[in-house]
Design a protein around this ligand. Structure first.
Ligand code: NDP
Length: 480
């Protein structure tokens, strides 16, 4: 059985406890590798390595840092097939999706921030003929990056790339549910010549290693992506420690379909927005509001399109809809489908575990599920399900649509489908969300601010926002 290893001080090493956790392939339900169960002792070893590397990395030239990061991006591209396959096995996602999205975006993240590091400038503020202020932006030192299982390598690199480009040293924890590509990535770090101790990757569970990272006094900033309740837990655990926190949390994103949309394109894209990655994207549109005059027509076309999604072995290049990430997650999603029925919902398609023959017969597959007949306040429409489940609801006018869209505790992303330019601008202004897509979904420019409002998070990632988060500003005021 393959044993995954931690990456500390430039070396691949076993956890100090000698303990491992089973790593299960979601498509088969079978254990296929072992994940280190790291603890405080491993963290201390990583802290010593990071401390030793801190000053040299902070003083390494921008060009040299960019060169090493660019080499890492190239190595991801060179190993794209292997990484995509590993992600599909580890996470259950379709291999074609893993290649086109996860792996492609991982190298894009690193290449983008390698360049951003060389372009990053700080401000200066002149005070007439009295004085000039300029802002120094120094690396913070040791930072912690904790990422979830839905885009294992993609979200991992989205955090560590800006942190490293800014000259920080990093202690990172991937999700214990999907550790494989971070492990493969640590081998690429060695090949790329990343100096020892600059990046340290510790595998293990939230309680065993995630929590110690967040509360360690030498780790001055935490960039976390995960569920809102974990985010709340981290906020409490670090209260009074004066750490910088960036929290990218859950979503329950609305999709607003107006009668004047481009019908065919909208149906295609709204299906993609609801079910990509088995609905396990924080940005998925799971509450779909449709203007009443086209509700029935949209519903029929939508359900027909959902029924055409090919469910199957993630390693089959024809598969569009793979497995959900774990047995417990599958059970959670299925329990929400039962709840939706109890709340009066009608299942239009899907609604149960999907059977895939052959090697995947015990896999954690769920049929793409569409539900109608629920009100906006029910738990199905209020709580994040994070699976292949969406609800359809009619609305009568723009004001009602915006009120329904804003009627949850979340505010991460949204999409609006209309050809009325003025309405598009008005709705974009009035929606409570960090991201509004008009006539598109998941169109990403890495320079833009990324993050949510309300229970969806605190702070923003992406572009300058990330560079600012991972640096400490210091104002220098010089009197003439
Ligand atoms: P979790 O919050 O369960 O876990 C996220 C990460 O935090 C994992 O590595 C986890 O480890 C770790 N962790 C768990 N408990 C602690 C703790 N007490 N202290 C420190 N770290 C801890 O989220 P999921 O992995 O289940 O991911 C799904 C969630 O992530 C969804 O809510 C989704 O919306 C959100 N998400 C948000 C995004 C955004 O950009 N806003 C993007 C993608 C996902 P372990 O795996 O061992 O539990």
């Amino acid at each position: 059985m393959q044993k995954i290893e931690n990456y500390i001080n430039g070396e691949l090493i076993a956890p100090s406890s000698g303990n491992y956790i089973d790593n299960i392939e979601p498509a088969t339900g079978k254990i296929y590798s072992l994940v280190p169960e790291s603890n405080d002792k491993d963290l201390e070893t990583a802290i010593v390595a990071a401390e030793a590397a801190k000053e040299t990395w902070a003083n390494t030239s921008l060009e040299k840092r960019a060169e090493i990061l660019s080499k890492l991006a190239d190595l991801i591209d060179e190993n794209a097939e292997e990484l995509a396959k590993a992600e599909a096995i580890d996470n259950g996602k379709a291999v074609t999706f893993a290649k086109a999205v996860d792996v492609y975006r991982s190298s894009a993240n690193i290449r983008f921030f390698a360049q951003a590091g060389t372009q990053f400038a700080s401000e200066s503020h002149a005070m007439g003929n009295l004085a000039i202020n300029y802002t120094l932006r120094d690396p913070i030192g040791i930072v912690g990056c904790i990422s979830p299982w839905n885009f294992p390598l993609y979200l991992f690199t989205w955090k560590i790339a800006p942190a490293l480009a800014c000259g920080n040293v990093v202690i990172a924890k991937p999700s214990e549910v999907t550790p494989m590509t971070a492990y493969l990535f640590s081998k690429l770090c060695i090949e790329a010549g990343l100096p020892a101790g600059v990046l340290n990757i510790l595998h293990g569970t939230g309680p065993s290693i995630g929590a110690p990272i967040t509360t360690h006094p030498k780790i001055k900033a935490i960039s976390f992506t995960g569920g809102s309740s974990t985010g709340a837990h981290i906020t409490k655990a670090t209260a009074g420690m004066f750490k910088k926190l960036s929290l990218e949390l859950g979503g329950k994103n609305p999709t607003l379909v107006f009668a004047d949309c481009d019908f065919k394109e909208t149906v295609n894209e709204v299906v993609r927005a609801a079910f990509s990655n088995q609905g396990q994207i924080c940005l998925c549109g799971s509450r779909i509001y449709i203007e009443r005059p086209i509700y029935e027509k949209f519903k029929a076309a939508f359900v027909s399109q959902v029924n055409s999604l090919r469910i199957g072995d993630p390693l089959d290049e024809q598969t569009q809809h793979g497995a959900t990430v774990s047995k417990s997650h599958m059970e959670k999603v299925l329990s929400y489908i039962e709840l939706a029925k109890e709340e009066g919902g009608t299942i239009l398609t899907g609604g149960k575990r999907a059977k895939v023959q052959g090697r995947c017969q015990d896999g954690f597959f769920i049929e793409p599920t569409v539900i109608e007949g629920l009100n906006n306040q029910c738990r199905t429409n209020q709580e994040e399900i994070f699976g292949p489940v969406c609800t359809l609801m009619p609305f009568d006018n723009e004001t009602e649509a915006v009120t329904l869209a804003n009627g949850t505790q979340y505010g991460l992303a949204s999409s609006v489908w209309t050809n009325d330019l003025k309405r598009a601008h008005r709705v974009a202004k009035n929606i409570e969300a960090g991201i509004v897509w008009i006539n598109c979904w998941l169109l990403r420019d890495l320079r833009t601010p990324f993050g949510g409002v309300k229970s969806s998070g605190v702070g923003r990632e992406g572009g300058l926002e990330a560079m600012r988060f991972f640096t400490e500003p210091k104002n220098v005021c010089i009197k003439y």
